[in-house]
Design a protein. Structure first.
Length: 107
């Protein structure tokens, strides 16, 4: 048996300490880089629900609550816009009142 490995001096303490300091610095730098890259998520809030109103002649399904002025927009496009607004806001279409829908030109 060869026991020459037992006679080699151990690794000096300053070398081990240097590796530990380098590793700790690496961890902190990696955390800082990942914190900058991670997208900030908006705070979760409870969805706002409008108060329930009794169905009347003004907000009953299939009724109209006034005139809609279309400026540079055809009726089909206006209907799609109104449906999208209703869907994204979570408010039923019969509860929304649109005064006008106008085409905006890009500059």
């Amino acid at each position: 048996m060869d026991f020459s490995i037992l006679t080699q001096p151990p690794v000096p303490a300053f070398v081990v300490a240097g590796f530990m300091v380098a590793f700790i610095l690496y961890v902190y730098i990696a955390k800082a880089i990942n914190a900058k890259k991670a997208p900030v998520e908006p705070k979760k809030t409870a969805p706002v629900t409008p108060a329930k109103a009794p169905a009347t002649a003004t907000n009953a399904p299939g009724t109209s609550s006034g005139d809609l002025e279309l400026v540079g927009v055809d009726e089909k496009t206006a209907a799609v816009i109104m449906a999208i607004v209703s869907d994204k806001s979570g408010i039923p279409l019969n509860r929304l009142q649109f005064k006008s829908i106008a085409l905006m030109e890009d500059k």
